[in-house]
Design a protein around this ligand. Sequence first.
Ligand code: XMP
Ligand code: MG
Length: 173
Amino acid sequence: MRLGKTPIITAMQIERRVAELAGQISRDYAGRELLLIAVLKGSVIFASDLMRRLTVPVTLDFVRARSYRNTESTGSVECTFHPEQSVARKHVLILEDILDTGRTASAIVEHIREGRPDSLALCALFDKPSRRVVPMTADYVGFTLDDRFVVGYGLDYNECGRELPDLYVLDEE
Ligand code: XMP
Ligand code: MG
């Protein structure tokens, strides 16, 4: 795996933006309890940083959906893990690492909505709107990116690079 020499977004920039998002979410959900549903595996680091900065009480659950092989979207979304707790009558916030074609988020939102939550919102740390195939907008977005494959802060290339604190562009040379 070859990555660009310098990060496109540093750990410190991510930390600041995550704190801002947490502030915004805490204000929006003041007085309510929030069920965070993190999308495995990419959003695990984001979820753990974000939840520690929220000032509303939260519970945490996970969903797993895969639509990717290497850098190519296969177009189909497999849901391979479902939240353990019921979403019924809860305020649910889905945490995605990155919104790309929108297929994954769209499938997850549809699936969660069937469980009849009181409210449902989507937060994506990174967003590549130019790649969208399915109409999908997040309620909260950390950073808007160009159409480049990125690695780090939970995001992987063939399972590698999740542990990097900064975000890099994959160098496909
Ligand atoms: P869709 O196309 O369904 O894709 O919106 C969302 C999922 O695709 C993965 N993805 C990426 N992973 N760097 C990554 O490491 C990227 O630039 C990238 N773009 C999409 C990711 O798993 C996301 O949940
Ligand atoms: Mg991946």
